[in-house]
Design a protein around this ligand. Sequence first.
Ligand SMILES: [Mn+2]
Length: 241
Amino acid sequence: MNPVTDTDTRTIRGDLRQIADLISENGKFLLTTHEGPDGDALGSLLGMHQILETLGKDSAMFLAAKEFPLPIEYRHLPLEGVFHEAPVDLRDRVVIFLDCGNIDRMPVDFLRNGGKLVVNIDHHHDNTEFGSLNFVNAHASSTAEIIYELALMLDVKISTSIARALYIGIVTDTGKFMYDNTSDRTLEVAAALVRAGVDIDDVNRRLYESVPFEKLRLLSLALDKIEMHCDGQLIATYISA
Ligand SMILES: [Mn+2]
């Protein structure tokens, strides 16, 4: 089998409408994402949580305690309410994994089999479809972009706060709209989020321009030791304690 063809024909797996219906039919949710969460993981988590709350659902977010404190660029996100343990009514909750290509990226047993059902929403082409219900769109720039489409299906008005969370997911996973996963649809979604009130200058400053002094020092140590190999095809460096 030609792996390229196989990937091409399976870039969209599952039906987002089914997930929208499942959300409409259920009242309680527990959301999570992969360990070592990045901007898309956290933005999707927070955006989805707020979308569910807008629908009047009971939504809880889970991240392991070891993830805190988050990297400095994400500390401004309103994640104070995140659970670090299983909620007592876990059996009644639909567990939704966001941006998680395989279930081992969130190695917490109760999330796998403690809830009512596992839903998996992601954009990694190699997603293992571990959920009872899966939606994987490898064309999407980010999970946040998929969550925006889901919000449209659910008729949720995008508040500035939802927009900001989803925008952070998109801007980080596209390398500020520079990677080739940035599609015309990605830019349309980003434009809609800006219309919903995202302050892109503020987001940019918090994500990219508030570099701690210690991080700059580390960078300077690394740059100080760069070596060129293979006629300039490879530049390497190292940091030692
Ligand atoms: Mn992602």
